[in-house]
Write a protein of this length. Structure first.
Length: 429
Protein backbone atom coordinates (compact mmCIF):
# COMPACT_ATOMS: atom_id res chain seq x y z
CA UNK A 1 0.00 0.00 0.00
CA UNK A 2 3.00 2.34 0.34
CA UNK A 3 3.29 3.53 -3.27
CA UNK A 4 4.01 6.84 -4.89
CA UNK A 5 1.75 9.90 -4.79
CA UNK A 6 -1.76 9.32 -6.19
CA UNK A 7 -1.37 5.55 -6.19
CA UNK A 8 -1.19 5.55 -2.40
CA UNK A 9 -4.09 7.97 -2.05
CA UNK A 10 -6.32 6.01 -4.43
CA UNK A 11 -5.42 2.64 -2.94
CA UNK A 12 -6.07 3.76 0.62
CA UNK A 13 -9.33 5.38 -0.46
CA UNK A 14 -10.65 2.12 -1.89
CA UNK A 15 -9.60 0.13 1.17
CA UNK A 16 -10.96 2.76 3.60
CA UNK A 17 -14.29 3.13 1.80
CA UNK A 18 -14.88 -0.64 1.76
CA UNK A 19 -13.80 -1.11 5.39
CA UNK A 20 -15.88 1.82 6.66
CA UNK A 21 -18.96 0.60 4.77
CA UNK A 22 -18.59 -2.79 6.44
CA UNK A 23 -18.12 -1.06 9.82
CA UNK A 24 -21.29 0.94 9.21
CA UNK A 25 -23.23 -2.31 8.93
CA UNK A 26 -21.69 -3.82 12.08
CA UNK A 27 -21.98 -0.71 14.25
CA UNK A 28 -25.41 -0.01 12.87
CA UNK A 29 -26.46 -3.44 14.10
CA UNK A 30 -25.11 -2.55 17.56
CA UNK A 31 -27.01 0.77 17.59
CA UNK A 32 -30.18 -0.99 16.48
CA UNK A 33 -29.82 -3.60 19.23
CA UNK A 34 -29.35 -0.80 21.79
CA UNK A 35 -32.20 1.32 20.47
CA UNK A 36 -30.00 4.32 19.64
CA UNK A 37 -31.58 7.66 18.75
CA UNK A 38 -31.33 9.88 15.63
CA UNK A 39 -28.15 11.66 16.78
CA UNK A 40 -26.20 8.40 17.02
CA UNK A 41 -27.43 7.28 13.59
CA UNK A 42 -26.52 10.66 12.07
CA UNK A 43 -23.01 10.50 13.52
CA UNK A 44 -22.66 6.93 12.29
CA UNK A 45 -23.60 7.91 8.74
CA UNK A 46 -21.29 10.93 8.74
CA UNK A 47 -18.37 8.90 10.08
CA UNK A 48 -18.64 5.74 8.00
CA UNK A 49 -20.44 6.82 4.83
CA UNK A 50 -19.40 10.45 4.27
CA UNK A 51 -15.99 10.66 6.00
CA UNK A 52 -14.00 8.34 3.61
CA UNK A 53 -14.85 10.56 0.63
CA UNK A 54 -14.06 13.74 2.57
CA UNK A 55 -10.54 12.66 3.55
CA UNK A 56 -9.93 11.35 0.02
CA UNK A 57 -10.80 14.78 -1.38
CA UNK A 58 -8.57 16.39 1.27
CA UNK A 59 -5.59 14.25 0.30
CA UNK A 60 -6.09 14.69 -3.46
CA UNK A 61 -6.28 18.49 -3.16
CA UNK A 62 -3.40 18.84 -0.70
CA UNK A 63 -0.01 20.18 -1.94
CA UNK A 64 1.57 16.98 -0.65
CA UNK A 65 -1.03 14.26 -1.25
CA UNK A 66 1.02 11.39 0.16
CA UNK A 67 1.85 13.27 3.37
CA UNK A 68 -1.80 14.24 3.80
CA UNK A 69 -2.97 10.66 3.26
CA UNK A 70 -0.48 9.29 5.76
CA UNK A 71 -1.77 11.77 8.32
CA UNK A 72 -5.30 10.64 7.50
CA UNK A 73 -4.37 7.25 8.95
CA UNK A 74 -3.88 8.84 12.37
CA UNK A 75 -7.15 10.72 11.99
CA UNK A 76 -8.84 7.38 11.28
CA UNK A 77 -7.35 5.91 14.43
CA UNK A 78 -8.43 8.85 16.60
CA UNK A 79 -12.03 8.90 15.37
CA UNK A 80 -12.44 5.13 15.61
CA UNK A 81 -10.95 5.25 19.12
CA UNK A 82 -13.70 7.71 20.03
CA UNK A 83 -16.32 5.31 18.66
CA UNK A 84 -14.88 2.51 20.80
CA UNK A 85 -15.31 4.70 23.90
CA UNK A 86 -18.80 5.82 22.85
CA UNK A 87 -19.93 2.20 22.57
CA UNK A 88 -18.41 1.23 25.94
CA UNK A 89 -15.31 -0.52 24.60
CA UNK A 90 -17.00 -3.68 23.35
CA UNK A 91 -14.17 -6.21 23.15
CA UNK A 92 -14.54 -7.43 19.57
CA UNK A 93 -15.41 -4.05 18.11
CA UNK A 94 -12.52 -2.34 19.92
CA UNK A 95 -10.08 -5.02 18.82
CA UNK A 96 -11.29 -4.87 15.20
CA UNK A 97 -11.14 -1.07 14.85
CA UNK A 98 -7.83 -0.58 16.67
CA UNK A 99 -6.14 -3.53 14.96
CA UNK A 100 -7.27 -2.42 11.50
CA UNK A 101 -6.00 1.13 11.89
CA UNK A 102 -2.74 -0.07 13.44
CA UNK A 103 -2.18 -2.54 10.61
CA UNK A 104 -2.76 0.15 8.00
CA UNK A 105 -0.38 2.51 9.79
CA UNK A 106 2.43 -0.01 10.17
CA UNK A 107 2.19 -1.02 6.50
CA UNK A 108 2.43 2.60 5.38
CA UNK A 109 4.61 4.18 8.07
CA UNK A 110 6.52 1.31 9.71
CA UNK A 111 7.04 0.75 13.44
CA UNK A 112 6.69 4.44 14.25
CA UNK A 113 3.34 4.49 12.47
CA UNK A 114 2.15 1.59 14.62
CA UNK A 115 2.98 3.50 17.79
CA UNK A 116 1.39 6.75 16.63
CA UNK A 117 -1.74 4.90 15.52
CA UNK A 118 -2.21 3.33 18.94
CA UNK A 119 -1.58 6.71 20.57
CA UNK A 120 -4.17 8.32 18.29
CA UNK A 121 -6.73 5.63 19.20
CA UNK A 122 -6.11 6.22 22.91
CA UNK A 123 -6.33 9.99 22.41
CA UNK A 124 -9.63 9.70 20.55
CA UNK A 125 -11.10 7.53 23.28
CA UNK A 126 -9.83 9.92 25.97
CA UNK A 127 -11.39 12.96 24.27
CA UNK A 128 -14.75 11.19 24.12
CA UNK A 129 -14.62 10.17 27.76
CA UNK A 130 -13.74 13.73 28.80
CA UNK A 131 -16.84 15.01 27.06
CA UNK A 132 -19.26 12.32 28.21
CA UNK A 133 -19.96 9.65 30.79
CA UNK A 134 -17.62 6.65 30.85
CA UNK A 135 -19.21 3.26 30.29
CA UNK A 136 -17.84 -0.22 29.84
CA UNK A 137 -19.93 -2.70 27.87
CA UNK A 138 -17.58 -5.42 26.63
CA UNK A 139 -20.16 -7.96 25.48
CA UNK A 140 -21.74 -8.02 22.03
CA UNK A 141 -24.31 -10.29 20.45
CA UNK A 142 -23.14 -13.44 18.74
CA UNK A 143 -23.97 -11.95 15.34
CA UNK A 144 -21.92 -8.80 15.98
CA UNK A 145 -19.03 -10.84 17.34
CA UNK A 146 -19.06 -13.07 14.27
CA UNK A 147 -19.19 -10.07 11.93
CA UNK A 148 -16.25 -8.49 13.77
CA UNK A 149 -14.18 -11.66 13.45
CA UNK A 150 -15.08 -11.93 9.78
CA UNK A 151 -14.24 -8.26 9.26
CA UNK A 152 -10.80 -8.59 10.83
CA UNK A 153 -10.05 -11.58 8.64
CA UNK A 154 -11.31 -9.85 5.51
CA UNK A 155 -9.47 -6.60 6.19
CA UNK A 156 -6.22 -8.44 6.87
CA UNK A 157 -6.65 -10.35 3.61
CA UNK A 158 -7.32 -7.14 1.65
CA UNK A 159 -4.27 -5.38 3.09
CA UNK A 160 -2.17 -8.49 2.47
CA UNK A 161 -3.36 -8.64 -1.14
CA UNK A 162 -2.49 -4.99 -1.72
CA UNK A 163 0.95 -5.49 -0.19
CA UNK A 164 1.41 -8.64 -2.30
CA UNK A 165 0.52 -6.72 -5.46
CA UNK A 166 2.99 -3.97 -4.67
CA UNK A 167 5.66 -6.53 -3.81
CA UNK A 168 5.18 -8.17 -7.20
CA UNK A 169 5.54 -4.80 -8.88
CA UNK A 170 8.77 -4.15 -6.99
CA UNK A 171 10.01 -7.63 -7.87
CA UNK A 172 9.28 -7.05 -11.55
CA UNK A 173 11.06 -3.69 -11.43
CA UNK A 174 14.07 -5.24 -9.75
CA UNK A 175 14.10 -8.01 -12.34
CA UNK A 176 14.19 -5.40 -15.10
CA UNK A 177 17.06 -3.66 -13.33
CA UNK A 178 18.91 -6.95 -12.98
CA UNK A 179 18.35 -7.57 -16.69
CA UNK A 180 19.82 -4.18 -17.53
CA UNK A 181 22.75 -4.81 -15.21
CA UNK A 182 23.30 -8.17 -16.88
CA UNK A 183 23.36 -6.59 -20.32
CA UNK A 184 25.89 -3.98 -19.19
CA UNK A 185 27.92 -6.71 -17.51
CA UNK A 186 28.03 -8.68 -20.75
CA UNK A 187 29.14 -5.59 -22.63
CA UNK A 188 31.89 -5.02 -20.07
CA UNK A 189 33.02 -8.62 -20.36
CA UNK A 190 33.08 -8.44 -24.14
CA UNK A 191 35.20 -5.31 -23.86
CA UNK A 192 37.76 -7.59 -22.23
CA UNK A 193 38.31 -9.31 -25.59
CA UNK A 194 41.36 -8.29 -27.57
CA UNK A 195 40.28 -5.58 -30.01
CA UNK A 196 42.75 -4.09 -32.47
CA UNK A 197 43.18 -2.42 -35.85
CA UNK A 198 46.01 -3.28 -38.23
CA UNK A 199 46.94 -2.10 -41.71
CA UNK A 200 47.01 -4.36 -44.73
CA UNK A 201 50.63 -5.24 -43.96
CA UNK A 202 49.79 -6.44 -40.45
CA UNK A 203 51.17 -3.53 -38.42
CA UNK A 204 49.44 -2.26 -35.31
CA UNK A 205 47.29 0.86 -35.67
CA UNK A 206 45.37 0.46 -32.40
CA UNK A 207 45.13 -2.04 -29.54
CA UNK A 208 42.54 -2.10 -26.76
CA UNK A 209 43.66 -1.86 -23.11
CA UNK A 210 42.98 -5.59 -22.74
CA UNK A 211 46.09 -6.30 -24.82
CA UNK A 212 48.27 -4.94 -22.00
CA UNK A 213 47.28 -7.96 -19.89
CA UNK A 214 48.68 -10.31 -22.53
CA UNK A 215 51.63 -8.64 -24.25
CA UNK A 216 54.41 -6.24 -23.26
CA UNK A 217 54.20 -2.58 -24.42
CA UNK A 218 56.85 -2.92 -27.18
CA UNK A 219 54.89 -5.82 -28.69
CA UNK A 220 51.77 -3.67 -29.17
CA UNK A 221 53.38 -0.33 -30.03
CA UNK A 222 51.84 1.38 -33.10
CA UNK A 223 53.69 0.28 -36.24
CA UNK A 224 55.04 -2.94 -34.68
CA UNK A 225 54.44 -6.31 -36.31
CA UNK A 226 51.00 -7.41 -35.13
CA UNK A 227 51.78 -11.09 -35.62
CA UNK A 228 55.27 -11.28 -34.14
CA UNK A 229 53.97 -13.01 -30.99
CA UNK A 230 51.79 -15.52 -32.82
CA UNK A 231 52.75 -19.17 -32.89
CA UNK A 232 55.00 -19.64 -35.95
CA UNK A 233 52.54 -22.06 -37.53
CA UNK A 234 49.72 -19.46 -37.31
CA UNK A 235 51.53 -16.25 -38.31
CA UNK A 236 51.40 -16.97 -42.05
CA UNK A 237 47.71 -17.88 -41.80
CA UNK A 238 46.97 -14.58 -40.05
CA UNK A 239 48.84 -12.48 -42.63
CA UNK A 240 47.05 -14.25 -45.45
CA UNK A 241 43.66 -13.67 -43.82
CA UNK A 242 44.41 -9.94 -43.47
CA UNK A 243 45.44 -9.64 -47.13
CA UNK A 244 42.38 -11.49 -48.38
CA UNK A 245 40.01 -9.51 -46.17
CA UNK A 246 41.60 -6.23 -47.27
CA UNK A 247 41.27 -7.23 -50.91
CA UNK A 248 37.80 -8.76 -50.89
CA UNK A 249 36.16 -7.20 -47.84
CA UNK A 250 34.70 -10.54 -46.73
CA UNK A 251 34.93 -11.11 -42.96
CA UNK A 252 36.42 -14.38 -41.80
CA UNK A 253 37.05 -16.26 -38.54
CA UNK A 254 40.36 -17.92 -37.81
CA UNK A 255 41.89 -19.76 -34.88
CA UNK A 256 45.21 -18.36 -33.65
CA UNK A 257 47.72 -19.32 -30.97
CA UNK A 258 49.41 -16.44 -29.19
CA UNK A 259 52.52 -16.66 -26.99
CA UNK A 260 51.85 -14.23 -24.14
CA UNK A 261 54.42 -12.27 -22.16
CA UNK A 262 54.76 -15.15 -19.69
CA UNK A 263 55.64 -17.55 -22.49
CA UNK A 264 52.33 -19.42 -22.29
CA UNK A 265 50.51 -20.41 -25.46
CA UNK A 266 46.93 -19.13 -25.46
CA UNK A 267 44.29 -19.91 -28.04
CA UNK A 268 42.07 -17.25 -29.56
CA UNK A 269 39.11 -17.22 -31.88
CA UNK A 270 39.70 -14.14 -34.05
CA UNK A 271 37.28 -12.25 -36.27
CA UNK A 272 39.00 -10.48 -39.18
CA UNK A 273 36.92 -7.71 -40.76
CA UNK A 274 37.68 -4.82 -43.11
CA UNK A 275 36.73 -1.30 -42.01
CA UNK A 276 35.39 1.31 -44.40
CA UNK A 277 37.46 4.45 -44.85
CA UNK A 278 40.00 6.24 -47.00
CA UNK A 279 42.84 3.93 -45.89
CA UNK A 280 42.63 0.13 -45.63
CA UNK A 281 42.23 -0.94 -42.02
CA UNK A 282 41.46 -4.35 -40.62
CA UNK A 283 39.59 -4.92 -37.37
CA UNK A 284 40.69 -7.88 -35.26
CA UNK A 285 38.46 -9.08 -32.43
CA UNK A 286 40.03 -11.98 -30.56
CA UNK A 287 38.28 -14.03 -27.91
CA UNK A 288 40.36 -16.12 -25.54
CA UNK A 289 39.14 -19.73 -25.85
CA UNK A 290 42.07 -21.40 -24.10
CA UNK A 291 40.02 -22.65 -21.17
CA UNK A 292 37.15 -23.62 -23.49
CA UNK A 293 39.43 -25.69 -25.69
CA UNK A 294 40.98 -27.33 -22.64
CA UNK A 295 37.51 -28.11 -21.32
CA UNK A 296 36.46 -29.54 -24.68
CA UNK A 297 39.54 -31.72 -24.71
CA UNK A 298 38.75 -33.01 -21.22
CA UNK A 299 35.17 -33.77 -22.23
CA UNK A 300 36.39 -35.53 -25.36
CA UNK A 301 38.85 -37.63 -23.37
CA UNK A 302 36.16 -38.46 -20.83
CA UNK A 303 33.83 -39.48 -23.65
CA UNK A 304 36.47 -41.76 -25.16
CA UNK A 305 37.16 -43.26 -21.75
CA UNK A 306 33.44 -43.85 -21.18
CA UNK A 307 33.05 -45.58 -24.53
CA UNK A 308 36.13 -47.70 -23.95
CA UNK A 309 34.93 -49.18 -20.65
CA UNK A 310 33.63 -52.76 -20.64
CA UNK A 311 31.06 -52.03 -17.90
CA UNK A 312 27.66 -50.70 -18.86
CA UNK A 313 27.33 -47.10 -17.69
CA UNK A 314 24.18 -44.98 -17.41
CA UNK A 315 24.25 -41.38 -16.20
CA UNK A 316 20.96 -39.80 -15.15
CA UNK A 317 20.12 -36.28 -13.99
CA UNK A 318 18.86 -35.67 -10.46
CA UNK A 319 15.26 -36.00 -11.68
CA UNK A 320 15.98 -39.43 -13.18
CA UNK A 321 16.23 -38.36 -16.84
CA UNK A 322 18.88 -40.33 -18.71
CA UNK A 323 21.70 -38.03 -19.84
CA UNK A 324 23.98 -40.53 -21.54
CA UNK A 325 24.83 -44.21 -21.83
CA UNK A 326 27.91 -45.91 -23.23
CA UNK A 327 28.29 -48.60 -25.87
CA UNK A 328 28.64 -51.36 -23.29
CA UNK A 329 25.23 -50.41 -21.85
CA UNK A 330 23.62 -50.78 -25.26
CA UNK A 331 25.31 -54.16 -25.81
CA UNK A 332 24.31 -55.44 -22.37
CA UNK A 333 20.68 -54.27 -22.26
CA UNK A 334 19.67 -54.10 -25.91
CA UNK A 335 18.57 -50.46 -25.64
CA UNK A 336 20.06 -48.10 -28.22
CA UNK A 337 21.54 -44.78 -27.16
CA UNK A 338 18.76 -42.92 -29.02
CA UNK A 339 16.08 -44.92 -27.17
CA UNK A 340 17.64 -44.37 -23.75
CA UNK A 341 18.72 -40.71 -23.71
CA UNK A 342 15.97 -38.36 -22.57
CA UNK A 343 13.85 -41.13 -21.07
CA UNK A 344 13.14 -41.53 -17.35
CA UNK A 345 15.55 -44.11 -15.96
CA UNK A 346 12.67 -46.14 -14.57
CA UNK A 347 11.30 -46.67 -18.10
CA UNK A 348 14.37 -48.58 -19.26
CA UNK A 349 15.19 -50.55 -16.14
CA UNK A 350 16.34 -54.01 -17.12
CA UNK A 351 15.58 -55.89 -13.90
CA UNK A 352 12.84 -58.25 -12.81
CA UNK A 353 12.12 -56.68 -9.43
CA UNK A 354 9.07 -54.57 -8.45
CA UNK A 355 9.29 -50.74 -8.17
CA UNK A 356 9.68 -50.98 -4.38
CA UNK A 357 13.03 -52.71 -4.90
CA UNK A 358 14.36 -49.63 -6.69
CA UNK A 359 12.85 -47.33 -4.10
CA UNK A 360 15.01 -49.09 -1.52
CA UNK A 361 18.08 -48.79 -3.74
CA UNK A 362 17.70 -45.04 -4.22
CA UNK A 363 16.82 -44.53 -0.58
CA UNK A 364 20.19 -46.10 0.23
CA UNK A 365 21.94 -43.92 -2.35
CA UNK A 366 20.33 -40.75 -0.98
CA UNK A 367 21.30 -41.75 2.56
CA UNK A 368 24.79 -43.15 2.01
CA UNK A 369 25.70 -41.93 -1.47
CA UNK A 370 26.32 -45.42 -2.86
CA UNK A 371 24.74 -48.83 -3.39
CA UNK A 372 25.94 -52.03 -5.05
CA UNK A 373 24.60 -55.53 -5.42
CA UNK A 374 23.96 -58.51 -7.67
CA UNK A 375 20.56 -59.49 -8.99
CA UNK A 376 18.71 -60.98 -11.93
CA UNK A 377 18.05 -58.71 -14.89
CA UNK A 378 16.36 -58.84 -18.27
CA UNK A 379 17.46 -57.47 -21.60
CA UNK A 380 15.14 -55.53 -23.88
CA UNK A 381 14.47 -58.72 -25.88
CA UNK A 382 13.40 -60.56 -22.71
CA UNK A 383 16.54 -62.65 -22.16
CA UNK A 384 17.34 -63.06 -18.46
CA UNK A 385 20.87 -62.74 -17.11
CA UNK A 386 22.58 -62.06 -13.81
CA UNK A 387 24.26 -58.69 -13.31
CA UNK A 388 26.29 -56.77 -10.76
CA UNK A 389 25.27 -53.11 -10.46
CA UNK A 390 26.40 -50.09 -8.49
CA UNK A 391 24.63 -46.75 -8.18
CA UNK A 392 26.42 -43.66 -6.96
CA UNK A 393 25.17 -40.11 -6.32
CA UNK A 394 27.18 -37.19 -7.73
CA UNK A 395 26.94 -33.98 -5.70
CA UNK A 396 27.75 -30.37 -6.47
CA UNK A 397 30.98 -29.34 -4.75
CA UNK A 398 29.57 -26.04 -3.46
CA UNK A 399 25.95 -26.79 -2.57
CA UNK A 400 26.29 -30.56 -1.94
CA UNK A 401 23.04 -31.01 -3.88
CA UNK A 402 22.74 -34.17 -5.97
CA UNK A 403 23.25 -33.40 -9.66
CA UNK A 404 23.49 -36.86 -11.22
CA UNK A 405 23.24 -40.58 -10.58
CA UNK A 406 25.83 -42.92 -12.15
CA UNK A 407 24.93 -46.59 -12.61
CA UNK A 408 27.63 -49.12 -13.52
CA UNK A 409 26.63 -52.68 -14.41
CA UNK A 410 28.17 -55.84 -15.82
CA UNK A 411 27.03 -59.37 -16.49
CA UNK A 412 28.36 -61.92 -14.00
CA UNK A 413 28.34 -65.68 -13.66
CA UNK A 414 26.84 -67.57 -10.73
CA UNK A 415 30.18 -67.63 -8.90
CA UNK A 416 31.28 -64.09 -9.69
CA UNK A 417 29.76 -62.39 -6.65
CA UNK A 418 27.59 -63.13 -3.68
CA UNK A 419 24.13 -62.30 -4.97
CA UNK A 420 21.00 -60.75 -3.64
CA UNK A 421 17.98 -63.02 -3.16
CA UNK A 422 15.47 -61.44 -5.55
CA UNK A 423 12.57 -62.56 -3.37
CA UNK A 424 14.03 -60.77 -0.33
CA UNK A 425 16.63 -58.30 -1.56
CA UNK A 426 19.06 -56.95 1.01
CA UNK A 427 20.67 -53.69 0.05
CA UNK A 428 24.20 -52.99 1.00
CA UNK A 429 25.88 -49.61 0.72
Amino acid sequence: MHVATQDLVATNYRVRAAAFLYSFVVLGLVLWERGAGPVAWTLLALQFLFYPHLVYWRARSAPRPVHAELNNLYLDAGLLGAWCAALGFPTWITFSLVAATALNAVVNRGAAGFGWSLASSVAGAAVWMLGGAFQYTPATSELVTALCALGVLGYTAIVGYVVHTQTRRLTATRADLRGSEERYRLIAENAGDLIAMVDHEGRWLYTSPSYARVLNPPDIAPGADAFARLHPDDAHKARLAVLRTAAGGTPRDIALRLVDREGRVRQYKTRVQALLGPSPRILLVSQDVTDLRASEERVLLAGHALEGMTEAILIAAADGTVVTVNRAFCELTGWTREEAIGQPEREIRNALQPPEYYDQIYATVLREGYWSGTTWARRKNGAVYREWRSVRAVRDEKSAAITHFVSVASEVGPQARAGIDITNPKLRG
